[in-house]
Design a protein around this ligand. Structure first.
Ligand code: APR
Length: 248
């Protein structure tokens, strides 16, 4: 049975989380788009989520890439410009600091923003890829963001097939990253899940793989169907900042 902390009891939840972080030996973190909204990157299924204006299957699907490159390109040009000037928020820096202190061992993320790495986290598994690597889907030749933004054909095979190295709907996750994430989470004695609706497979299966404690930080309760020990309802950045006070 999860213990839910919200409102004025949230501080107690931060204290409980701090105790767990100090007690456990191998904490792994799983983040989703809710970890990036405080850096002004919209999430997908929250109240102002991206999927309220776009049908994901229409714009972020491998079929669209293959059959309607214009629509694909328009969506990802917008995504690239949204992410161009974003910076990590204090919550990202807290996670990087906790890794420095040995209190967390790895971050597995669904986010493609690269903000965990930008904040200094070293061991980050990008399960859904990233927006910084651009390449030609036909011949594999690397390309630049500028070439993608200005809708250039591939310099090698001349095809209009440039794309970011993100996992599109209908594509498999990168096997090496996926297997490494599974190994980390199976080894964990605490899995801290932050800012995800847990709606998208296969990542939503990962919380079942830890034999340790399971904690959720989210601004809405998405714990149904999982055996979370603690659920802290609120903004990820704020909760992480309040938790770190009890770790000194
Ligand atoms: N603090 C805590 N939780 C937050 C915050 C915040 N500041 N902002 C949003 N949230 C919550 C939302 O309420 C929602 O429950 O984070 C969750 C984000 O869920 P989604 O938008 O579904 O994002 P995510 O779970 O990462 O989506 C998984 O779906 O479309 C695909 O590839 C895409 O990686 C993405 C995947």
């Amino acid at each position: 049975m999860s213990i839910i902390f919200a409102g004025e009891r949230l501080e107690d939840g931060c204290k409980e989380l701090a105790v767990l972080l100090l007690q456990t030996k191998y904490t792994v973190v799983l983040t989703g788009a809710g970890m990036d909204t405080e850096s002004n990157i919209p999430d997908f299924r929250g109240k102002n989520g991206l999927w309220r204006n776009y049908d994901p299957r229409l714009v972020a699907d491998i079929t669209t890439f293959q059959q309607n490159y214009d629509l694909f390109h328009e969506f990802y040009r917008e995504r690239l410009s949204t992410m161009k000037h974003v910076e990590p928020h204090p919550g990202h820096y807290v996670l990087a600091d906790l890794e420095q202190r040995g209190l967390i061992k790895a971050i597995t993320t669904q986010n493609i923003s690269g903000l965990h790495g930008k904040a200094g986290s070293k061991k980050v598994y990008e399960l859904h890829g990233n927006m910084k690597e651009i390449f030609c889907d036909r011949c594999g030749l690397p390309a630049t963001e500028q070439e993608l933004l200005s809708r250039q054909p591939c310099k090698g095979c001349k095809q209009y097939a440039l794309r970011p190295k993100v996992v599109l709907f209908g594509e498999p996750l990168p096997a090496d990253v996926w297997n490494a994430a599974i190994t980390e989470i199976k080894r964990s004695d605490l899995l801290l899940v932050i800012g995800t609706s847990l709606e998208v497979s296969p990542v939503n299966q990962l919380p079942y793989l830890t034999e340790g404690k399971l904690v959720l930080i989210n601004n809405e309760d998405r714990s149904a169907g999982y055996a979370f020990d603690l659920v802290l309802l609120g903004r990820a950045g704020e909760i992480l900042r309040r938790t770190v006070k009890y770790l000194s």
